[in-house]
Design a binder for this molecule. Structure first.
Ligand SMILES: *[C@@H]1O[C@H](CO)[C@@H](O)[C@H](O)[C@H]1NC(C)=O
Ligand SMILES: *[C@@H]1O[C@H](CO)[C@@H](O)[C@H](O)[C@H]1NC(C)=O
Length: 342
């Protein structure tokens, strides 16, 4: 069965045991772990209230026992996806084609992370992609294990898409986005990875959120979107993430490999507005929480730092507000090429 949305995406409903994950040599005999009742609780989990939808939902749903897989389109241009926000990047290095503005959680042993990201449709203006997401890291260089999840606007899509990524060797030869290679095991039929999501927030208007939770469940890393358990990365994919994550990053990244006509790329990050504009205007990630070794979620308060590779173009502001409704939160983004970013 296939379903098509008005956005042109075609979604194939694929037998859950025929999904790409099972082409992975380590997952040949893998038994799918369907969700149980032991799902850890998020603090204030019901706050955001966004009914996230995808275009293909208008035309039905995938039958039980299948998962929705987005068919890739001919007009697609996949930018190389190496999205480690670099702590060593020289902010004055104009040759860099990637810029990021993130908050790091540096405090050691994270067994999960949760945040709500408001959704925007940044204009790319010929850049490759603009992403708003969380990164979970363990290890460094060739030993680096990374999980990513959030939303991303691609060169061809123009709309924010639900996106995930993984690698177990520092973005060298393992891993990929969504279900484009074996690895992630999807168990839910509610959302298709790589398909666009809505509603999108509007400037000084309604703010809509995607809630992302990535947490360790025994050996696997589970992904929850809103209140839906979408699937998991089997522990066998990883080495350094076998126990816990050392570091987490949240925020945005823009990648641009196109000529810039002597000036900075005009790709937008987040809402395309600077973080100093604040709520309803800037891109916003709220209620940062981490899961500890006892499976309990806590507000992220300690060990947070900010890093922007080029703050005159894309910046980030962190606010700790433990007792407020937004919890620990950050604003990030910018317009790219502008008076402050020549
Ligand atoms: C899968 O099961 C077969 C048959 O029991 C076995 O020969 C093979 O080694 C197993 N593969 C993995 C990756 O565990
Ligand atoms: C967690 O892992 C256990 C054991 O593998 C499994 O039975 C359970 O369904 C998992 N829970 C979720 C929420 O995925």
């Amino acid at each position: 069965k296939s379903l098509q949305g008005k956005d042109g995406d075609v979604i194939d409903c694929v037998d859950i045991y025929q999904q790409p994950a099972f082409d992975h040599p380590l997952l040949k005999n893998h038994t799918i772990q369907m969700e149980s009742s032991s799902i850890p609780n998020i603090i204030n989990g019901e706050l955001y209230n966004t009914e996230l939808s995808q275009s293909w939902h208008e035309n039905g749903e995938c039958p039980e026992g299948t998962i929705p897989i987005r068919r890739s389109r001919n007009d697609e241009h996949y930018a190389p996806h190496n999205t480690t926000p670099s702590v060593t990047a020289d902010p004055n290095d104009d040759a860099s084609s990637k810029e990021s503005a993130v908050v790091y959680m540096n405090d050691g042993h994270y067994y999960g992370v949760h945040a709500a990201l408001n959704v925007w449709a940044p204009a790319l203006n010929d850049a490759d992609y603009s992403v708003s997401q969380l990164w979970i890291f363990s290890g460094t260089s060739a030993e680096q294990n990374v999980i990513e999840a959030g939303w991303k606007v691609n060169y061809a899509s123009k709309e924010p898409q639900l996106t995930i990524y993984w690698t177990s060797d520092g973005y060298s030869s393992t891993g990929c986005s969504n279900l484009n290679c074996p690895g992630f095991v999807q168990t839910s039929r509610k959302f298709a990875l790589g398909a666009s999501i809505r509603p999108v927030s509007s400037y000084m208007g309604n703010q809509f959120y995607i809630e992302i939770t990535v947490y360790k469940n025994f050996t696997n890393w589970n992904l929850r979107v809103q209140n839906e358990e979408l699937g998991y990365w089997p522990g066998t994919l990883f080495t350094n993430l076998a126990v816990s994550a050392e570091k987490v990053a949240l925020g945005g990244e823009v990648s641009s490999s196109m000529p810039k006509d002597g000036h900075h790329t005009s790709a937008q990050m987040g809402s395309g507005h600077f973080p100093s504009e604040g709520i309803g205007k800037a891109s916003f990630i709220r209620n940062l929480q981490y899961m500890d070794g006892d499976g309990k979620f806590n507000d992220a308060i300690e060990g947070l730092t900010t890093h922007a590779t080029k703050p005159s173009c894309y910046d980030v502001i962190l606010e700790n507000n433990k007792n407020g409704v937004y919890g620990t939160h950050l604003y990030f983004g910018g317009p790219g090429y502008s008076a402050t970013c020549p």
